[in-house]
Structure formats: structure tokens, C-alpha cells
Design a protein around this ligand. Structure first.
Ligand code: 5GP
Ligand code: ZN
Length: 115
């Protein structure tokens, strides 16, 4: 998981392992989290391997914009625009980051903790 050779999200991006895909764009992919922490829990990832949010470069800005547009589109499709949702990134030990490939969590469908 340190390199992209055996990165689980790279494998999902290349459709080498299965995920419940909810949206696909040019540079991004969104799929249901395998262990949902809320009624709606979607992960939005870059197709390109980027290890974490602190490895982003200015040249990645179009991809990051795509991530937020995907989030609003998925939220609309899943009918949580009215009730609300959260988009978040975990970085490092204290946040509990477990996968070293850039991903944004889209959470909703119920009252979320840590509001
Ligand atoms: P992190 O804690 O790194 O921000 O979040 C990683 C997330 O990826 C976790 O919520 C975990 O459930 C999810 N996850 C880990 N492996 C897989 C997988 O193989 N498939 C899917 N769909 N989600 C995964
Ligand atoms: Zn990767």
C-alpha cells in the first residue's frame, strides 16, 4: 500500500477488483465504502495514484474540482441535498487514514457525529 503497485484503490480504479461504482468521471471514480460509517458513505478517488491530500499539486486542481462536482451530483442522486451531507479527508494517524491513495468521503443519510 506504500507504492501504487499493490494499492487497493488503484486496483479499483483499473477495475481489477470489484466495487459498487456510483459515478465515473475523466479523472475520478466514486464507489460505495465497503464498511459504511453512515447510511450513505461513498468514496471519491482520483484515478491517478496520489498518496494523500498533502501530496496534491496545483496541476491536480481540475481533478479536485471534479471530486466536488461529483459529490454534489451523487448527493443529488441519493436525495440528500435537503438533509445535508459531509465531504471529508482523513490524513495521517490521528485522523485514522488507512488507505494511502487520495480519497474523499461523502457521508450522509442520517445525523452525523462531530458536527
Ligand atoms: P480512510 O480511513 O483511509 O480515510 O478510509 C478508507 C476507507 O476505505 C474506509 O472507510 C474503508 O472502509 C474503505 N475501504 C477499504 N478498503 C476498501 C475496499 O476494498 N473497497 C471499498 N469499497 N472500500 C474500502
Ligand atoms: Zn493508488
Amino acid at each position: 500500500q506504500k507504492n501504487k503497485m499493490n494499492c487497493i484503490f488503484c486496483k479499483i480504479a483499473k477495475k481489477e477488483i470489484l466495487a459498487k461504482i456510483v459515478f465515473e468521471g475523466n479523472d475520478i471514480l466514486a464507489f460505495d465504502d465497503i464498511e459504511p460509517k453512515a447510511k450513505i458513505h461513498v468514496l471519491i478517488i482520483s484515478k491517478k495514484h496520489i498518496s494523500s491530500v498533502v501530496d496534491l499539486k496545483l496541476e491536480d486542481r481540475k481533478m479536485v474540482a471534479e471530486i466536488f462536482l461529483a459529490a454534489q451530483k451523487i448527493a443529488r442522486e441519493k436525495r440528500i441535498l435537503k438533509t445535508g451531507f459531509r465531504v471529508l479527508v482523513n490524513y495521517g494517524k490521528d485522523a485514522g487514514q488507512t488507505v494511502n491513495h487520495l480519497h474523499f468521503h461523502l457521508l450522509g443519510g442520517e445525523k452525523l457525529p462531530f458536527a
